[in-house]
Write a protein that binds this ligand. Structure first.
Ligand SMILES: NC(=O)c1ccc[n+]([C@@H]2O[C@H](COP(=O)([O-])OP(=O)(O)OC[C@H]3O[C@@H](n4cnc5c(N)ncnc54)[C@H](OP(=O)(O)O)[C@@H]3O)[C@@H](O)[C@H]2O)c1
Length: 272
């Protein structure tokens, strides 16, 4: 198995690549420095010269707030870059797996979103990722689109909170934004399973089971690690940010990962 992995240096790529190693699969791990997905000419030149069996497309412009000031950049990476990568999949007639986001939904639902539910992104990041999904669907039937949410792993939100707890005794966190905190190792295992089992092509919702607010999530981190930090629950309106966030973005899926509290406990077990 020869795999192209874009975005390998990111939060998710760092969890996934060791698992590809464990499978004994050959993969070409790319970040923006060695393979800029927005450079159409370069992408085509390189891809004409290599053989591939599968593409895992993780690369993305992921700064939700900065995307509001830089919509061209966000669309350049998330739409044009994805179009370029999707064309490689089409040209080589190989499957492509694209990781997308809960931000394709507007968050007004009161029940978990199914893969078939109508999309309606309310921020630039979500619009650009949805445009990426459409590029993939237009280019090839051999696609897996995995929508996930609130990823944490080495160097992410959970680690940042633990560092924070060394210096502060209280933190204000929003309690009126609900989602699914999801461990990068859990979704990485699911990606490997999808490839190994040749699952049917299509759109999948892949996040932890259960749901939480950011305040619930943060409290649980401190509780598990026995850190004495008080979490002060606030409303989104008390903490204005450039990008709107969907209020309720729980993903409903037949492919649910383990419960978010159990995964968080496992992730934190081996941390100092
Ligand atoms: N993090 C989340 O909570 C979350 C939730 C839902 C969905 N997702 C999606 O999951 C995917 C992975 O997320 P992540 O958190 O691992 O992202 P991340 O940590 O921000 O990493 C982004 C990756 O994309 C690469 N990249 C950015 N621009 C590029 C370009 N022009 N050409 C080639 N590579 C480029 C980066 O390379 P450099 O290191 O060189 O910059 C990096 O490897 C993304 O597509 C994201 O939209 C993330």
């Amino acid at each position: 198995m020869r795999i192209l992995v874009t975005g390998s240096s990111g939060l998710l790529g760092k969890s996934l690549c060791p698992m590809l190693d464990n499978e004994g699969w050959q993969y070409w791990a790319c970040n923006s420095k060695i393979f800029d997905i927005t450079n159409t000419k370069m992408v085509n030149e390189i891809m004409n010269k290599i053989s591939l069996d599968f593409i895992i497309h993780l690369a993305g412009y992921t700064n939700i707030d900065q995307a509001e000031d830089n919509p061209e950049l966000a669309f350049n990476v998330n739409q044009l870059g994805t179009r370029n990568i999707a064309h490689i999949a089409k040209k080589h007639n190989i499957p492509i797996l694209y990781v997308s986001t809960d931000n394709v939904f507007d968050g007004t639902s009161e029940t978990p979103y199914k893969p078939t539910d109508a999309t309606n992104p309310i921020n630039t990041y979500g619009k650009s990722k949805l445009a990426g999904e459409k590029e993939i669907i237009k280019a090839t039937k051999k696609h897996y689109i995995l929508r996930t949410s609130w990823l944490y792993g080495a160097g992410g939100y959970v680690d940042a909170m633990l560092t924070f707890s060394n210096f502060r005794k209280e933190i204000s966190v929003v309690n009126d934004q609900i989602g699914c905190p999801t461990w990068t190792d859990d979704i990485s295992r699911k990606i490997v399973e999808i490839i190994k089992e040749n699952k049917p092509y299509g759109i999948y919702h892949v996040s932890s089971s259960g749901s939480a607010s950011w305040a619930d999530f943060t409290k649980k981190i401190f509780e598990i690690k026995k850190r004495n930090v008080e979490v002060l629950s606030i409303d989104k309106s008390d903490f204005p940010r450039p990008a709107l966030r969907p209020k309720y973005c729980v993903l409903d899926s037949e492919n649910a990962l383990p419960n978010w509290e159990n995964s968080l406990e496992e992730y934190l077990t081996n941390k100092n």
